[in-house]
Design a protein around this ligand. Structure first.
Ligand code: UDP
Ligand code: MG
Length: 312
């Protein structure tokens, strides 16, 4: 299969028929493709609409969550199901245009990008709650991740299949998929200016809190990327250093005391410092050991329930 289009959706019943018809117009004669609609626990009739669309068009497939788990979980499940060589994600609300699909597909298949992120250069969202905070968010993410994208949060992105199969998206991490991809070792990350449209139906599902949650996740992902695979490598190194410095300083002072009592008078504080360093070293070592146990036995980050699937 050439192409999988993964669409996370939460209460988007009005948009879905239009979206699927549009995707079909663009893709039907060019690609073998599937559209995976992931219903993230909608409380409107979205799932009924998905089932109806499935009957009308065999390319449409659906997954329904037991409840609302968030966009990251929805994307993650879509990624697991995707079969296409290229995977494209797109919001359900018609803010992203399916007309961008062929160009994105070309960038992955011909120009050999691992990931191409859409850039909503001209946005049709509220300036105060969306555009300004997102400028700030993007600047911070750029600095921390050293990936030079203008618009990390754009829902329209394209991936080589291998990329989506090697990452796990959880929490608020959907904003950092390029960062996750980079950590997984995919280096060729590109950007394409995409058309952005005003929301046609329904309301936005994200407010300003997204930026606080997103920032906390950025810290956690930086931490995860650096230490979590082998915490012992981080804590163990510092632990050993502190321990050795403490141990040899203490030893030196004790030996010096045996040969010359005078030393003790001036160096008593240094001796205590050496002991402290020794204990800190042991503590760090222990911290590494414990985190090693925790990360080895940690359950998957995504624990969501699927209520129903169609076409998969
Ligand atoms: N979405 C989702 N789960 C949620 C919130 C949103 O699957 O808990 C979907 C939503 O239906 C849409 C996409 O994520 O397809 C982007 O959401 P939205 O359009 O509300 O975000 P915005 O465009 O305002 O940033
Ligand atoms: Mg939107």
């Amino acid at each position: 299969m050439d192409l999988s289009i993964v669409v996370p959706l939460f209460n988007e019943e009005e948009s879905l028929p239009e979206l699927c018809a549009w995707i079909r117009r663009v893709c039907a004669h060019q690609y073998s493709y599937e559209v995976i609609l992931v219903d993230d626990g909608s409380t409107d009739d979205s799932w009924e609409v998905v089932q109806r669309l499935r009957v009308e068009d065999a390319a449409v497939k659906g997954i329904r969550f037991q409840r609302n788990y968030g966009k990251s979980a929805a994307l993650n499940e879509g990624f697991k199901a995707a079969q296409g060589d290229v995977v494209i994600t797109m919001d359900a609300d018609l803010q992203d245009s399916p007309d961008e699909i062929p160009a994105l597909y070309y960038m992955i298949m011909v120009e050999r990008y691992d990931l191409v992120s859409g850039w909503k250069k001209k946005r049709y969202d509220n300036t105060l709650t969306k555009n300004i905070p997102s400028k700030f968010f993007n600047a911070v993410t750029r600095k921390v991740s050293k990936i030079h994208l203008h618009d990390f949060n754009c829902g329209l992105k394209a991936y080589r299949k291998k990329v989506v199969k090697s990452i796990e998206v959880y929490g608020e991490m959907h904003r950092y998929i390029p960062v996750l991809a980079k950590w997984a070792g995919f280096r060729k990350i590109g950007e394409k200016v995409v058309e952005h449209r005003a929301r046609k139906y329904g309301i936005t599902k994200f407010g300003w809190e997204r930026f606080v949650n997103g920032f906390l996740d950025l810290l956690s992902i930086t931490f995860v990327g650096k230490f979590s695979k082998r915490p012992m490598h981080f804590f163990g190194l510092w632990g050993t250093l502190f321990f050795l410095v403490g141990f040899f300083s203490a030893l030196y002072l004790i030996i010096a005391k045996i040969f010359n009592d005078e030393v003790w008078v001036t160096n008593r504080p240094a001796f205590y410092l050496a002991l402290t360093s020794l204990v800190i070293g042991m503590q760090l070592f222990l911290a590494g050991f414990i985190s090693e146990l925790v990360t080895r036995n940690a359950p998957g980050r995504n624990t969501y329930l699927i209520e129903e699937k169609t076409g998969l």
